[in-house]
Design a protein around this ligand. Structure first.
Ligand code: C2E
Ligand code: SIN
Ligand code: SIN
Ligand code: FE
Ligand code: FE
Length: 370
């Protein structure tokens, strides 16, 4: 009796340690697939199962899908199939000792994965409104009797509550990020629309900036941020009068002065946002016309004082401007563009960035050839 009590305390502490060790990993994970794997892993350890998977309802397909099942890639089953389907349909948990003795068992997954299911736990996943959004399933209790206990069931329920919250907030974040991307795209297009350039151009500047950022050695995440934010570099052109923005031929000095204000206008528009990606876009808008030698605008920043993303976007922007027709110029030939970059190495542009551009010219310039 005393021994049992002691085991109980040790066991509770193990469960707490386990939860606390997973929480930071789960909190830091942004990708839904990885979250499902992490939480399935947590569930598996919580109840000492051989396998554990977190199934989510795909409403459009009337299916349940999971990314995990330890070793298996993505599995899909009909919404009503098997024990998981039972828990999803009824909102009730299940504790099964021998799956093959139960008529609700759907052995297709076993057949497909050459696996032998014996003991099973399933627990529904409820959203904040209490609506079933999926289910947890643990298979084959490890060690001891080989069957799950009531206590295991309670632990899987606890894991399911935590997981449901996690999935919900991950979905919310994904939704917000999608919205942000869409707004960014619309803002980028708005600036191009006014100046009669096509959406292709902003997309090209984004792609070229991304490639150069990667070549420069930035992480995938940093490069992706530049790809997302750079389409707004000319947002400030929205504030430039048509007579200047779309003037055929050369601008007068005064007109060019007006034109140059697009950098600071764009920066100001974006700076007011609390979103970090828009803040980053503000930095790019406000620095994409600085020059490496310090003679650019709006601030005349020099060298590495110029934010890196602005230095990168400058290269991409000019490559695109020279390759494309503008109201004031014809597209330049490939040879002439290369020559211009060589000439502006260390004056308009950071030397290393020009070197990368020229070394990877075919990869970067390729899309302009056809
Ligand atoms: P944009 O057409 O998108 O050009 C972006 C940038 O490409 C220019 O910024 C400039 O840095 C670069 N660029 C254009 N032509 C050359 C060139 O011959 N050599 C080099 N090294 N770089 C070049 P910039 O000059 O600050 O101009 C900003 C915007 O002002 C341009 O965007 C364009 O919309 C407008 N703009 C500039 N010059 C004229 C002009 O003569 N006539 C008209 N109508 N618009 C102009
Ligand atoms: C232009 O025509 O876009 C100005 C060229 C330059 O600033 O180098
Ligand atoms: C970056 O590392 O993503 C660029 C930082 C910056 O230029 O502000
Ligand atoms: Fe610009
Ligand atoms: Fe531009």
């Amino acid at each position: 009796m005393k021994g049992e009590c002691g085991d109980e305390t040790v066991e509770s502490r193990r469960i707490l340690d386990l939860l606390f060790s997973y929480m930071p990993k789960i909190a830091a994970e942004r990708k839904m697939d990885n979250l499902l794997i992490l939480m399935a892993d947590l569930g598996r350890t919580m109840v000492s199962a051989d396998r554990c998977s977190l199934w989510l309802i795909d409403k459009d397909a009337d299916e349940l899908w999971t990314k995990v099942a330890h070793g298996v890639d993505e599995l899909r089953i009909p919404l009503n199939a098997g024990f998981v389907g039972y828990s999803v349909r009824t909102g009730k948990p299940l504790l099964i000792e021998d799956a093959y003795q139960d008529p609700r068992f759907d052995r297709r997954s076993d057949d497909k994965t050459h696996y032998r299911t014996t003991s099973v736990l399933t627990v529904p996943l409820l959203d904040t409104e209490g609506v079933v959004m999926g289910a947890f399933q643990a298979i084959n209790k490890q060690g001891g009797s080989g069957v799950f206990s009531q206590r295991d069931l309670e632990r899987l329920i606890l894991t399911a509550v935590y997981s449901a919250k996690t999935v919900e907030s991950a979905r919310l974040i994904a939704e917000q990020e999608a919205t942000q991307r869409e707004i960014i795209h619309i803002l980028g297009e708005a600036s191009e629309y006014r100046s009669q350039e096509t959406g292709d151009h902003i997309q090209r500047v984004a792609e070229i900036s991304y490639v150069i950022a990667k070549l420069y050695g930035l992480s995938e995440e940093e490069a992706e941020r530049i790809r997302l934010a750079s389409p707004m570099h000319d947002l400030g052109k929205i504030g430039i009068p048509d007579s200047v923005l779309n003037k055929p031929g050369k601008l007068s000095e005064v007109e060019y002065g007006v034109m140059k204000s697009h950098a600071i206008i764009g920066e100001e528009m974006l700076k007011s946002s609390k979103r970090s990606l828009l803040q980053f876009a503000a930095t790019i808008a406000g620095s994409h016309h600085e020059r490496w030698d310090g003679t650019g605008y709006p601030r005349g920043l020099k060298g590495e004082i110029i934010p890196l993303a602005g230095r990168i976007c400058a290269v991409a922007d000019v490559l695109d401007a020279l390759s494309s027709p503008r109201c004031y110029k014809e597209p330049w030939s490939e040879a002439r563009i290369r020559e211009e970059f060589r000439n502006q190495r260390g004056t308009q542009f950071q030397p290393e960035l020009v070197d990368l551009l020229l070394a990877h010219w075919d990869e970067i310039y390729g899309p302009y050839r056809n």
